[in-house]
Design a protein around this ligand. Structure first.
Ligand code: ADP
Ligand code: VHF
Length: 375
């Protein structure tokens, strides 16, 4: 799948498609939910569904739906208030979707995910099983970040990267990112001289040649930065992406030449590794010796305490950490198996010594190879 035509055709033929719609495309300039925009979006998604596609809708808009009814004049800035607002707004948003999809005889189901649910194998498997069961039933799963529960360290904030992880989770054949600009531009569209890009053969190459900025609407989160990250995560998972304005949803799903199409880069990765590689925010650093560095570079090796020289930072078991060489080169990111208070006394010790000195629960790698990704 190399040419634009092939990518567009693959999107039109996708058996399973993830459609992500941002807050900026569901709201009025005041920031409140816009029922007409919701209605148009549902029309396009329902049409794809009725033609036989399995469709997951990743929808933002909980905060937009909640702040008016709670008596606020604008989106709250405080994180706890945003979370509370999302909790009120999510129900109101779903009520709208239920009513609008109901007109087409389509059922919807709600799935609220945190980044954690895409990392922890048990939660990940459970989310995937539920999602697939919903799709088998012909239901349109509607996914949002679980804003009310997501903690600041492990929160996406935007839904772009979450949509790429969901696409990976359901083995989607296409990802459609809907926003308030019609395409990716060579620079933020408010800048004079920026031009529209209709096809990106390799998203990893375009990252250096395009200038992307944050959200200009004041409603969305992440801007084009997180959308390109999502397109890259999808491309690495072998999934083609189209990015365009929400009013182009219908033509985009039909494979018309709207917006920007991104070709897949053929490699398939697990959602957890994708999260680690692109989205995780490391909380600490493990400095490794030359032998461990070499083993890690070779791939498929776990990081054992015996090869770690130093632990920096304050982290808990399960947190993402950087793994760096002695001269500070970043080698990998990984999910560490122990708290930062436990690690120093484990350093430099073999697994046999750890078992003998501290017991069986310490006789494990600091970072298991399944929880590690090279940078
Ligand atoms: N190079 C670029 N091309 C297109 N849009 C860009 C670019 N750089 C920044 N943007 C901004 O990204 C915004 C979309 O992001 P955002 O507001 O977060 O939307 P959403 O709510 O859909 O996630 C656009 O409105 C645009 O102003
Ligand atoms: N989860 C939040 C969405 C946050 C947000 O604005 O994301 P996005 O529209 O993808 O930039 C909500 O539902 O309000």
């Amino acid at each position: 799948m190399k040419t634009q035509e092939e990518v567009r055709r693959a999107i039109a033929a996708a058996e399973t498609v993830v459609v992500k719609v941002g807050s900026s495309s569901l709201t009025q300039p005041s920031g409140h939910l816009d029922p007409a925009k919701l209605e148009a979006l549902v029309g396009a998604v329902a049409s794809a569904r009725l033609q036989g596609a399995r469709v997951v809708l990743v929808s933002s808009g909980a905060i937009a739906a909640g702040f008016g009814p709670l008596g606020f004049d604008e989106r709250p800035k405080d994180v706890a208030l945003q979370q509370a607002t999302a909790s009120v707004g999510q129900g109101l948003l779903m009520a709208q979707y239920e009513m609008l999809f109901g007109r087409y005889g389509i059922r919807v189901g709600q799935l609220l995910l945190t980044a954690w649910d895409t990392i922890q194998p048990q939660q990940y498997r459970s989310a995937r099983r539920t999602m697939n069961a919903l799709l088998d039933l012909g239901v349109v799963p509607i996914v949002n970040e679980n804003d009310a529960l997501a903690s600041s360290e492990i929160r996406f904030g935007d839904n772009d990267r979450l949509s790429a992880l969901v696409a990976n989770m359901v083995c989607a054949n296409a990802l459609v990112l809907l926003t308030d600009v019609d395409a990716l531009y060579t620079a933020p569209p408010s800048e004079p001289g920026s031009t529209r890009i209709s096809f990106v053969p390799n998203v990893e190459d375009v990252l250096d040649s395009v200038r992307v900025g944050g959200s200009e609407s004041g409603v969305g989160t992440g801007g084009m930065v997180t959308k390109l990250e999502a397109a890259r995560m999808a491309a690495v998972s072998g999934i083609p992406t189209v990015l365009t304005a929400a009013h182009n949803a219908g033509p985009a799903l039909m494979g018309d030449e709207v917006g920007t199409a991104f070709a897949p880069i053929h490699k398939r990765g697990s959602a957890r590794r994708l999260w680690l590689k692109f989205a995780a925010n490391p909380r600490g650093t493990l400095v490794v010796d030359a032998g461990a560095a070499q083993a890690l570079r070779g791939g498929r090796a776990s990081l054992l305490a015996a090869g770690v020289l130093e632990s920096r930072g304050d982290y808990s078991a399960g947190d993402p950490v950087w793994i760096v060489s002695e001269d500070g080169e970043r080698l990998a990111r990984g999910l560490v198996g122990y708290d930062s208070e436990e690690v120093p006394r484990m350093l430099g010790r073999t697994t046999t010594q750890l078992r003998r000195f501290f017991g069986e629960e310490y006789a494990h790698p600091l970072v298991h190879r399944d929880n590690l990704t090279l940078v």
